[in-house]
Design a protein around this ligand. Structure first.
Ligand SMILES: Cc1ncc(C[n+]2csc(CCOP(=O)(O)OP(=O)(O)O)c2C)c(N)n1
Ligand SMILES: [Mg+2]
Length: 730
């Protein structure tokens, strides 16, 4: 518990306690609540003076923060708060100055270095984890955080620092009885991710404390519109393993009691707890909102009567804990301290423009460096025979196995990735086990156990959100999205969370998880929802590495780099290439790595360049061989392998040599990945070109089921051949 003992307040009487709170603690509670309210008031003034640029307050929610901070431990428990949690952060030990630094956008803002709006908390020294603006996206990360704590408690050796990969730079701390706090508003309980979080917390009996701060409004939308029946407690009551509390969250003593019981339940390992606290929202939603437009004066007045600050004041006086003089003295002290903090914050230096790109990626591990470039070491086959070339699926499976052996922080989950969730069937050897719909994780649960390889619910946000929370704690989740076509429920996490953890916290946190995804078409019958590409949607996200190998050897090398590096990676595995004859290779050994951003020249040539990747590589190769045979045109075929970062140097070098270039990709033509490459060639290599830049890609339509239609929609070797011929003749 964070308490200040330095100041003696007049009129504090000893003796009686209130739900276990001493009179000193109650004075301290009031100090935190009052400070919180006054920081809001000062920020509102600063916003009106245009010295800060946004304001959202914790007004009305202060008692919750005090109760939570008095029952949880900073730098021991973990915190996924939301923007109304100012009093919580103050109670844990953050200072008004540190908060005001975020409001002014200062370089030294400990939350984000001037990158996030005010009240977007991140205090690494307290275990308050970087928060974003999307409502509810913190819930599944908090689930992952709680799971990570449990995992490290069961595998303490995994927490060790190990030189040579991301582990060298990640301090892992954990406690066997730690609790993870996650809070959200009443409106946010309408988000699907909230329900996914409840489901997993309940099912896994996680030490996760859900706190619903119910001020009855989500901006202007009242709670009865959000929540069936108007009360979230009634709706969640059926979740097993929970301890539930519903409390008047404007009453610090009652709220404290509810938290004390809830935290004890979580800490004992009995399961998650759910505190539903009824609060008020006296200052409109934010400074951009005027609630008088949708709430009549009568309703606002009724609410004001429950203001936790005045209630607490009256309580202290009534109980003889502080007299009026004591209250005035405390408030004066807070004002004086706050004034100093405001003056200091207004004097703080701003971040300089050249820092904007800092911490998009890890500043300590460079996956493009030569440290990630190793030679294959191929063991002889049995009886000294030549080693057998293996499929991409085989080599991915072997790479995962060897990395799991090497690094105990790796956990794997996703839909169907386990061999068998009902372990006894495995133990009794009644079944062979599944290990993924494409069998890429086959045998891993059997070898490494069910706490390292397990099935997730059928919920993609759940997979990526939990992975993000786990990786923030230092685990290395290597999770699977079964089909690229179904990645979209995870889009909030993939666009707004996972790749942003480091940058938005100014390197306070990082989340280097690996998301493996089965992608692509050419399946004959894959149809609309088992054939999609769409990689450019993800290469458009700063902070995310995107890899797309075309053959077994590259898949092994790039997957190992993905796992050992310190950035989040989207690892795209083409389903059609999993078991293709093209591109098989013997296993290149347990340390084979390919650096990111290095293309491969599949075939050297002098007449025209084809820049491509994935399943178009074998098709382009076929076309290139034919055009050389039939027309003597020598094509230089470049496989990018890694899409973000991509190897611009290799492209430029090739175009300078051939002066003609085709950019080919499987995704639909318009706005596709190749559009960026083509634009950059036109921009930077215009003088080198003897012909226009050409693109060969799918039609601007989804992939149809009937093979005749699929063939005409996706780019084929014949399309590439035609384009090569035209361009060579141009
Ligand atoms: C996913 C998402 N949708 C919409 C918004 C815009 N928005 C910000 S806060 C908010 C209302 C949140 O209400 P509630 O969960 O009740 O929390 P409160 O602000 O009342 O404490 C909305 C709609 C957002 N930030 N994120
Ligand atoms: Mg609300």
């Amino acid at each position: 518990m964070a308490t200040k003992t330095d100041s003696k307040i007049a009129g504090v009487a000893e003796g009686k306690t209130y739900e276990g709170l001493s009179r000193e603690q109650l004075v301290e509670a009031y100090r935190i609540m009052y400070t919180s309210r006054r920081v809001d008031d000062r920020e509102i003034l600063l916003k009106r003076q245009q010295k800060i640029f946004f304001q959202i307050s914790g007004a009305g929610h202060e008692a919750i923060g005090v109760a939570a901070s008095f029952t949880l431990k900073p730098a021991y428990d973990w915190f996924y708060p939301y923007y109304r949690d100012r009093a919580l952060c103050l109670g844990l030990g953050a200072t008004p100055y540190e908060m005001l630094l975020e409001a002014v956008g200062a370089a030294d803002d400990p939350n984000s270095g001037g990158r996030q709006m005010p009240s977007h908390w991140s205090f690494p020294k307290l275990n308050v984890v970087t928060q974003s603006s999307p409502t509810g996206s913190q819930v599944l990360q908090a689930v992952g955080c709680a799971e990570a704590g449990r995992y490290f408690a069961a595998h303490p050796d995994a927490a060790k620092r190990v030189p040579g990969d991301y582990r060298e730079f990640k301090d892992v701390t954990f406690h066997g009885d730690e609790v993870t706090y996650v809070s959200l508003g009443d409106g946010t309980t309408s988000e699907g991710e909230f329900w996914e979080g409840l489901n997993t917390a309940s099912n896994r009996k996680l030490p996760l404390l859900f706190v619903i701060q119910d001020n009855e409004y989500a901006i202007s939308v009242p709670v009865e519109v959000q929540t069936a029946g108007g009360n979230i407690s009634r709706l969640v009551a059926g979740f097993p393993n929970f301890h539930f509390e519903e409390v008047d969250g404007t009453d610090p003593v009652a709220t404290y009691a509810a938290f004390r019981r809830s935290v004890a339940y979580c800490r004992a390992g009995d399961g998650p707890a759910f505190v539903h606290a009824h609060v008020i929202r006296p200052y409109s939603h934010s400074l951009s909102d005027d609630e008088r437009l949708y709430r009549p004066e009568t309703e606002r007045q009724q609410e004001a009567a429950r203001d936790p600050i005045t209630r607490m004041q009256m309580f202290l006086i009534r109980e003889g804990i502080l007299d009026e003089k004591g209250i005035n003295q405390l408030e004066k002290q807070v004002e004086e301290e706050l004034q100093i903090a405001v003056d200091q914050a207004l004097d703080a230096a701003f971040p300089t423009p050249e820092t904007v790109m800092r911490y998009v990626y890890s500043p300590v591990v460079d996956p493009m460096s030569s440290a990630f470039e190793t030679e294959p070491v191929v063991a002889a086959g049995s009886d000294g025979k030549k080693p057998v070339p293996k499929t991409m699926a085989d080599l991915i499976n072997s790479t995962l196995r060897d990395e799991m052996k090497r690094d105990e922080r790796i956990v794997m989950f996703g839909e169907d990735v386990a061999d068998c969730s009902r372990e006894q069937y495995l133990q009794e050897k009644l079944i062979k086990g599944k290990g993924g719909v494409f069998k890429l994780t086959s045998g891993l649960q059997m070898e490494f156990g069910s706490d390292r390889v397990f099935n997730s619910p059928l919920a993609e946000a759940n997979i990526v959100g939990r992975a993000t929370g786990m990786a923030t704690r230092g685990l290395k989740p290597v999770v699977e999205i079964q089909f690229f076509d179904y990645i979209w429920p995870a889009m909030m996490q993939l666009r707004n969370e996972l790749p942003l953890i480091r940058w938005r916290s100014n390197n306070g946190y990082s989340s280097p998880a690996v998301v493996r995804v089965a992608i692509g078409g050419y399946l004959t019958g894959g149809a609309i929802y088992h054939s999609q590409c769409g990689e450019s949607i993800f290469t458009h996200i700063p902070g995310l590495r995107v890899v797309f190998p075309s053959n077994a050897l590259d898949a092994a090398g790039l997957l190992r780099t993905s796992i050992r590096c310190d950035d989040p990676v989207l690892f795209l595995e083409h389903k059609r290439l999993y078991r293709e004859t093209f591109g098989r290779a013997p296993y290149p050994g347990p340390n084979y790595m390919v650096p990111f951003g290095k293309a491969k020249v599949v075939q050297a040539g002098t007449d025209l360049s084809v820049i491509t990747y994935g399943a178009v590589v074998p098709r382009a190769l076929q076309a290139a061989q034919r055009i050389e045979r039939e027309h003597g045109v020598k094509v230089e075929l470049i496989d990018l392998r890694c899409l973000s970062p991509f190897d611009w140097e290799a492209i430029a070098e090739s175009v300078r040599k051939t002066n003609r270039v085709i950019v080919a990709y499987e995704d639909s033509l318009s706005w596709g990945y190749g559009a960026e490459i083509a634009a950059r060639i036109a921009d930077e290599l215009f003088d080198e070109l003897d012909a226009p830049v050409r693109r060969v890609a799918a039609k601007d339509v989804f992939v149809a089921y009937q093979p005749i239609l699929e063939d005409v929609i996706l780019p084929q070797a014949n399309d590439l051949f035609r384009a090569m011929k035209e361009l060579a003749e141009y």
